[in-house]
Design a protein around this ligand. Sequence first.
Ligand SMILES: [Zn+2]
Length: 401
Amino acid sequence: MFESLRSISDHKILCDTDAIIVQERKLTLRLLVHLHEIERRKLYLIRGYGSMFVYCTTHLRLSASAASRRIRTARCLARFPELYAMLESGEVNLSTVSLVSKILNQKNHASVLGRISGKSQRDVAAIVAEYEPRAVLPADHVRTIVVAVPIKHTNEYNRSGGQESSTVEGSTPEEGRRAGDPEKSPAATASSSETMTLERHAVVKFTARELVMNKLEHARSIASHRLSPNASLEDVIEFLADYFTEREDPAKRHARREARKNNEKRERARTNTSTKVNEDAKRRIPVRVRDQVFVRDKGQCAYVSRDGKRCGSMHVLQIDHINPVARGGASSPDNLRLLCAYHNRLEAERLMGRSGRRLRSAQAARGTSDRGFEPRPARRRSPRRRGAPGEFAPSSAMPVQ
Ligand SMILES: [Zn+2]
């Protein structure tokens, strides 16, 4: 093909090129008119494509940017027929028209089209910015790259719901390393002896309003205890996406519902067969309630002496049922208080006497205990193991750090 031009004169080459450009513009205009008619008749839908864009990129095999420019320009051409002559003469082109299409309306089209005639894309972007500053911001950009990562890293990544590692057609690890950030790339820090694998990553560029960045920063600070101190923006976005899908994904919601149903079934079965288990369940204090009691009592022992002295100890705090579970006391904040282990023991002894342990067991068995203070065997043993002989265990221990 190239050989056939070698013998042709310079003048003819230049003239032929001018003629080809004119033909190309005419062909482009024909294509635009056809595209508009396809869209008007919704032929892309009838042929099974979800949108004009999908039809153009899949069936016509246009690139994403070429398809977008042609679709926008075709729509513009239908609304403002004077563009036909401007496109035919080359005063405007697909890029400048698709840029200006974001701001063109029935009121401004005459003046705007007059201003962009013969202008470069950069000049047209400046004109568009006068009307709509956000219209000329760079479009979101996502590009797939391939990065070589150590096998170990890949497995961890996949376990946490990351992408599958694979190769990408037309990409090489070298391209990936060139395109990625070498300082952050695991490939850069991995020793050469480690087994490497190729993993798909995406370079994402988008313009975010300050408001959005502030929201992301706020989310990062709230989630700081669950993110590493030097969490990247990718970590924050992944965390937020996981957090949202965990709650909103219908499949996960369904699985939770099923698990709840099964738990309730099991709980009912336990209640029917064992009152002991039932009492343990009643004694269990939800974390939400524990937190509430801890905050209300300011993280200090709430024991108050007859003359009004509050202990206030912040060590070995335990949650105490004021009216014991065995006497129908609930695990609700108004029946709970924080006590240090010593005041917990004192309260029990005061109410039940020095021989409280034996007495209380007998009373509890008969259901007549004054206070029904019921140490659980496992917890009664634990203070002794820590070298505090005779220490009495609380009804419901909650070590607080
Ligand atoms: Zn105390």
